[in-house]
Ligand binder design. Structure first.
Ligand code: FES
Ligand code: FES
Length: 204
């Protein structure tokens, strides 16, 4: 006849045995999942379409193999080390990732790297030369246009494109050119004033 001690032991044994079984079952299932994951991962990596593209970035020519799914932001930041371009929303809404593609502002998060093949890209990293900031960058500093600064590189690139095609923009034209660049700090007046000052003192 079993006493309460036996019954306690039995429960322990049962729980212990069940626990071991659960651990073993989970380990088996995890191993199987890991193996499956590795296989899927390896296959996925091998199957990713790739292309070799040639492009000029801030005046430097690059010939590079890219995955066809890479965005221009990924290429610039993760593979060319140009981290001045910021990634905000990553879905074409905020403009923080703005770069110039053949002189025109584009959202690099919504532009595939392969679309830049044979083209010229300019990023904020290429504005200052030998540590000398551009007139526009200096105007941004003078007007305290960067607050947290997250939107600044995108704002600078849109404003650079504007001033290069229109040396004397009106206030309305500046606002229009920067309409695709959101500033979460809401420092819009200072940003527009900085672009106005740059236009009045020598352009971009
Ligand atoms: S990160 Fe590209 S538009 Fe926001
Ligand atoms: S300065 Fe902070 S988001 Fe524009």
């Amino acid at each position: 006849m079993k006493d309460s001690h036996d019954s306690e032991l039995s429960r322990r044994e049962f729980i212990g045995g069940t626990g071991a079984a659960i651990v073993a079952a989970n380990a088996t299932s995890l191993n199987a999942q890991e193996r499956a994951g590795e296989t899927v991962g390896e296959q996925a990596l091998e199957d990713v379409p790739r292309s070799t593209i040639a492009l000029t970035v801030n005046g430097t020519e690059h010939r590079i193999e890219v995955e066809d799914r890479w965005t221009l932001t990924e290429l610039l930041r993760d593979h060319l080390g140009l981290t001045g371009t910021r990634m905000g929303c990553n879905r074409g809404e905020c403009g923080s990732c703005t770069v110039l593609l053949d002189g025109e502002p584009v959202y690099s998060c919504s532009t595939l790297a392969v679309w830049a093949d044979g083209r010229s890209v300019r990023t904020v990293d290429g504005l200052a030369v030998n540590g000398q900031v551009t007139n526009l960058q200096q105007a941004f500093m003078n007007h305290n246009a960067p607050q947290c600064g997250f939107c600044t590189s995108g704002q600078l690139m849109s404003a650079t494109a504007l001033l290069e095609r229109n040396a004397t923009p009106t206030m309305q034209e500046i606002r229009q050119a920067l309409a695709g660049n959101l500033c979460r700090c809401s420092n819009y007046n200072a940003i527009v004033e900085a672009v106005q000052t740059a236009a009045a003192t020598g352009g971009a």
